[in-house]
Design a protein around this ligand. Sequence first.
Ligand code: PHE
Length: 336
Amino acid sequence: IKQQGIEKIKEVTSEQQLNDLKVKFLGKKGQITQALREIVNLPAAERPAAGKLSNTVRDQLQSLITAKQQQLATAALDRKLVDEAIDVTLPGKNYPVGHPHVIQRIIDEIEDIFIGMGYQVLTGPEVEEERYNFEMMNLPKDHPARDMQDTFYITSEILMRTQTSPMQARTLEKHDFSKGPLKMISPGVVFRRDTDDPTHSHQFHQVEGIVIDHHITMADLKGTLAQMLKEMFGDRLEMRLRPSYFPFTEPSVEVDMTCMNCDGKGCLVCKGSGWIEVLGAGMVHPNVLKMAGVDNQEYGGFAFGVGPDRLAMLKYGVTDIRDFYLNNLKFLTQFD
Ligand code: PHE
């Protein structure tokens, strides 16, 4: 029986055959079981030896079967691995993936820089009250500077905001100065009644910024803006302030930076003098603080407005601002 068992188990090639053999030898009616049962018919003297022999054979066959089982399982796994092998050298399929708009990317970059300097980021309404957009920004009703920003009026009191500056008034009104200084930027869309052409769009973006505390000076403004521009365009850039006019800042400045200064952070392309205007800024006008209910003897600070569209045009050499708003994928996917 033992020899026969060993031979048969060797030849087995499937789980099924192995199971059948197990039944044949070790099952309830199996040959070994049978032999064990018949031991009682033997003379008493032979019984212990016969019992011992049968048990050993049973154990041997059992362990052979277990070994074979493992062998079969390993073989099955090997086969499966071969069958399901993946050819990693096949070229992959490309699925189109969306990405943030190039203007949004510039805005994200600006936000990251100012969050790093401890500013909060707030957004405000695009449909704005005339009061916040002009009045509280020190532009009373017949102020000639209102003409600087041709306005889409909805009613005489409601308009499409022409600038993000109304967010200065809105945050100043709410800020609790006993809890610390105000440091805020506010990105968003603004609207002007311009005829669209390569350098004008009736809709574009601004990022407003304002800092109000005790003892803020123009040096703080200059350092902050230099830091922002250097983080965006590289350390080699130089910046200069030119006197300017905004009704809500005094003194007011326009900020120029040098261009064609390529150092791996992107090349700013510009013609002419090598300086390009990128920002409007200044020290917040005492009237703006007063109208928002802030003590302008105690507190003061600076504000600025950046144009992400303009920065994107300079950074990527885009010559027509309208391209940002036409949703032409051929144009937009260049900035993937
Ligand atoms: N709001 C101004 C503009 O649209 C920019 C600006 C913001 C200037 C803040 C000074 C301070 O031109």
